[in-house]
Design a protein around this ligand. Sequence first.
Ligand code: SAM
Length: 215
Amino acid sequence: MNELKFKQRRKNLVSELREKGISDDTVLNAILGVPRHKFIDTALGERAYEDSALPIEMGQTISQPYTVARQTELLGIRSGEKVLEIGTGSGYQAAILCEMGADVYSVERHPELYERSRELLRALGYRARLKCGDGTLGWSAYAPYDAIVVTAGAPVVPHELTRQLKIGGTLVVPVGDSDKQAMLRITRIDENRYEEDSFSDFKFVPLIGKQGWDG
Ligand code: SAM
């Protein structure tokens, strides 16, 4: 399939996401700009712009476009802000954040996914900083962050991540059991106070680490 066809499919996907309630134009423009088909196996190319999660290496998934759009919308970031992603996976969400002009940091626990995404993002011209390790502990070397997004399901809010937020910063994290998680948006009000909103159910692969399912 040629690039023009993929572009048309991205436009259709954006219309579908709008109908499903995504209204932030910055997010929708980023979805229009990022070639999702490059982040999955070529054998799945035909399905790249379906609104569904798809398998990637190491038994993981590239999230459903609606989920990526919703999490990104909840982050409410502006160009130039510093954003930490936990769970690089395919690298797609990191590319969306770069496309929005964010200064992107991302942590992945599987070395294979970390290596692959690092190469791919570089090849596509996205300047994200990637690290291989346990993202439940954040990435303290570059903290504090304007926003943190967790793209795997946590049993509880990893408190180290809330500590790495700037005052006024936002953490978006799915929290629940292995079947479903509520999407929490936590805003840091001051040194010790946080405000929390909860949004409807999602289903993610597990967040595994010291402040995740293995903790
Ligand atoms: N954001 C990804 C994308 O755009 O493809 C979604 C990836 S998938 C839904 C979640 C990822 O989180 C998996 O790649 C998994 O290995 C990773 N993960 C799980 N626990 C982690 C942890 N403690 N630290 C870093 N990555 C973790």
